[in-house]
Design a binder for this molecule. Structure first.
Ligand code: NAD
Length: 428
């Protein structure tokens, strides 16, 4: 069976059928530039030494220094990190920011580590990849199970080693350590701007739209909150332990977050003792959540959630991929034939990297922006990218995903070919 990476490359290959691409550019974009694997020794609280495995992949840097998050998860592997770095390459091109694509990961279940162990691991990872990153080389950021505190430790470790305060080496830091205002909800906010544009273009009554969100972390919580505040009906939410669903009302993301923070789960503990006690709800599994009768389905957790096994049973008319790679290539085709619109990951969740770019710019300039400026500029980037992808979709009569790859690939291909192709050199 083809792996995650092989399937991701097929998304790019599909796009190259729509315009002329040299073999040189194709080959370049089908292979990662460089990969590093590190062993991270961590002294555990009980005195034992544990070695964790970490990766960092620079996929392609033709458009700028590489950029991409760091994931802490027990299922991290090289194939996944490489694929996420591949997607980052195209994502940065879609929103037109001057970055290439990268990604990092550590094989670890961070929920089993104490805060002290987590700090030692995070600093150890930076010591391992120190030469591989830098404000003009590669700039990491948060991803699944990493957060702003971890980014703060990492930026600090980098600065200690280089004996130079270097905030621009990492984005997604706490605002007090040079982070950007508005980075916390940027991934969700980017998707939120696109959903609202989509609703406007299709004359949808936003107050009637029923939404299910899989994953209740940075991306999932904030999208639920933003849409809920605008009157969308959040009918289902889930995290790794399970989910909840209401047929009649709308779930209240802030109350659920409070419960989750207190109890560590949202499954079966909905709004106990809060304002929304009276909303009828039932427990659902993550699998059931995907198949609910909703208007908008937002996967905001991990890869490969919508597959050929459940694609036929998906009832949502619009899927907005806040997660990276939640839909397999087979499921993508089934859903396209069914008439389901998918706003693909490389467009839908590009808000995070966009504000990461703003953070990097602010760190380098030493000039910090107000929240309104960040949000205004983010909206402009997202709406522009959405319009461009829409144009490509109409021109080529294809899916949003292929259109986004066409639009991004054209920029990457043009840059690669500007250095000369086989045809150019053969002519002497
Ligand atoms: P996070 O660690 O903040 O949250 C992850 C959430 O997913 C948690 O609520 C967790 O309980 C849930 N989860 C884990 N396994 C699950 C499962 N099997 N089923 C259902 N839920 C599960 O991570 P995040 O930053 O919100 O990232 C979520 C997705 O968004 C990832 O695919 C990530 O790559 C993507 N993304 C994140 C950013 C960002 O800036 N954080 C940017 C772009 C894309």
């Amino acid at each position: 069976m083809p792996g995650l990476f092989e399937n991701a490359v097929k998304q790019f290959e599909k796009a190259t059928r729509f315009f002329k691409v040299s073999d040189d550019a194709k080959k370049t974009l089908e292979n990662p530039k460089q990969i590093i694997e590190v062993s991270i020794p961590v002294r555990m609280d009980n005195g034992k030494l544990e070695i964790f495995k970490g990766y960092r992949v620079h996929y392609n840097d033709i458009l700028g220094p590489t950029k991409g998050g760091i994931r802490y998860h027990p299922n991290v592997d090289m194939d996944e990190v490489k694929t996420l770095a591949f997607w980052m390459t195209f994502k940065c091109a879609v929103v037109g920011i001057p970055f290439g694509g990268a990604k990092g990961g550590v094989i670890v279940n961070p929920k089993k580590l104490s805060k002290q162990e987590l700090e030692r691991l995070s600093r150890g990872y930076i010591r391992g990849i120190y030469e591989f990153i830098g404000p003009d080389i590669d700039i990491p950021a948060p991803d699944v199970y990493t957060n702003e505190t971890i980014m703060g430790w990492m930026a600090d470790e980098y600065s200690r080693i280089s004996r130079k305060l270097t905030p621009a080496v990492i984005t997604g830091k706490p605002v007090s350590l040079g982070g950007s205002k508005g980075r916390d909800d940027a991934t969700a906010r980017g998707a939120y701007y696109i959903i609202r544009e989509y609703a406007k273009k299709h004359n949808l009554d936003e107050k009637k739209l029923r939404v299910a969100v899989q994953g209740f972390g940075n991306a999932g919580y904030h999208i639920a909150r933003l849409l809920h505040d605008d009157g969308y009906k959040i009918v289902a939410l889930s995290d790794s332990k399970g989910g909840i669903y209401t047929k009649t009302g709308s779930l209240h993301p802030d109350s659920i977050l409070k419960v989750k923070q207190e109890k560590g789960m949202i499954d079966g503990v909905y709004c106990r003792g809060t304002v929304c006690d009276d909303i009828e709800h039932e427990d659902v599994t993550n699998e059931q959540l995907l198949e609910l009768d909703v208007d908008i389905l937002i996967p905001a957790a991990l890869e490969n959630q919508i597959t050929e096994k459940n694609a036929d049973r998906i009832k949502a008319k619009l899927i907005v991929e806040l997660a990276n790679g939640p839909t397999t290539i087979e499921a993508d085709e089934i859903l396209f034939k069914k008439g389901v619109t998918i706003i693909p990951d490389i467009l839908a969740n590009a808000g995070g990297v966009s504000v990461s770019y703003f953070e990097w710019v602010q760190n380098r300039a030493g000039y910090y922006w107000e929240l309104e400026t960040v949000q205004e500029r983010l909206k402009k980037l997202m709406v522009m990218a959405f319009e461009e992808v829409l144009k490509a979709r109409e021109e080529h009569k294809t899916s949003f995903r292929t259109a986004a790859y066409i639009y991004a690939s054209k920029k990457l291909v043009a840059a690669i070919e500007a250095k000369g192709t086989e045809e150019f050199f053969r002519r002497g």
